[in-house]
Design a protein around this ligand. Structure first.
Ligand code: HEC
Ligand code: HEC
Length: 218
């Protein structure tokens, strides 16, 4: 009896500390005691819940994609994502400003040689009214954002998956031109993972409990 009271008090103390630390919902002490099955179930649902998205999010987070999907009114360059040189701006449609359109320098294919403009059909940034910014978002938020018709140019899931796996601008990430690191996963593997996620109903990682892995500020 004494023993179980002590452990109950201890459990309550732990719960209080956790509560104070995170300001989240208090921990049900009873549940914590028979946690074996419950936490295994939680693990499984966490897996079906977003792990499939996390499997390929490293591609979306790569500088080859982020250089066009980041904050600011300009594209970025290089693996460090520095602002585009020559004061290149997004412009009203994402294709630059009148005096400096993207297509002045970027064509529909990479120009040969280091530091030459890379290229793909429709080279440009998303427009300012739908900028498709993923920088600073958690995995769950990126997932929600690319699925949201109000943020993804009204795409349904099939169209989103098609864009992710076939669009020429996206494909460029696997063939970015001399001197640039391609995205970190073979294209076949990426497509297979995206399709697995689609078949599972495109679940997004939960927001609570897990912080964004990049540590960037939203
Ligand atoms: C040169 C700039 C550029 C690069 C590089 C680029 N994108 Fe995009 N991306 C765009 C533009 C512009 C759009 C909007 C055009 C459209 O929706 O058809 C877009 C739209 C998207 C969308 C639509 C949904 C949404 O909400 O964002 C996805 C998904 C996407 N890109 C994925 C990628 C991935 C993955 C990579 C890297 C492998 C990548 N992009 C690289 C410019 C770029
Ligand atoms: C005056 C010429 C010029 C204009 C205009 C221009 N670019 Fe560039 N851009 C370049 C050159 C050159 C590079 C390659 C720099 C290097 O590799 O050192 C480049 C590189 C890039 C990269 C870097 C790719 C990477 O991942 O490192 C992106 C993204 C990009 N441009 C987007 C754009 C967009 C979007 C526009 C229009 C809004 C635009 N650029 C307008 C010349 C230009």
């Amino acid at each position: 009896m004494k023993r179980s009271v002590t452990s109950l008090l201890f459990a309550a103390g732990v719960a209080a500390v956790i509560f104070a630390g995170t300001m989240s919902i208090s921990l049900p002490v009873g549940a914590a005691e028979k946690s074996g099955g419950a936490s295994a179930a939680a693990r499984d649902s966490a897996k079906s819940d977003g792990a499939l998205f996390v499997e390929f999010v490293s591609v979306l987070r790569h500088p080859r994609c982020m250089n066009c999907h980041s904050h600011g009114d300009f594209p970025r360059q290089g693996d460090d994502g520095h602002p585009h040189t020559m004061n290149v701006r997004r412009g009203p449609e994402g294709h630059g400003v009148t005096a400096e359109k993207c297509t002045t320098c970027h064509q529909d294919h990479n120009l040969a040689g280091a530091h030459m403009p890379p290229g793909a059909p429709n080279w440009g940034l998303p427009p300012p009214n739908m900028p498709m910014i993923w920088e600073g978002l958690s995995d769950g938020q990126i997932c929600q954002s690319i699925k949201d018709p109000k943020q993804n140019k009204n795409r349904n899931l099939d169209q989103l998956v098609e864009h992710l796996t076939e669009d020429k601008l996206v494909m460029w990430g696997w063939n970015p031109g001399k001197g640039r690191t391609p995205v970190p996963m073979a294209h076949d593997e990426f497509s297979a993972k995206v399709k697995q996620w689609q078949v599972a109903g495109a679940p997004c990682p939960a927001e609570s409990g897990k912080k964004a892995e990049t540590g960037t500020i939203p």
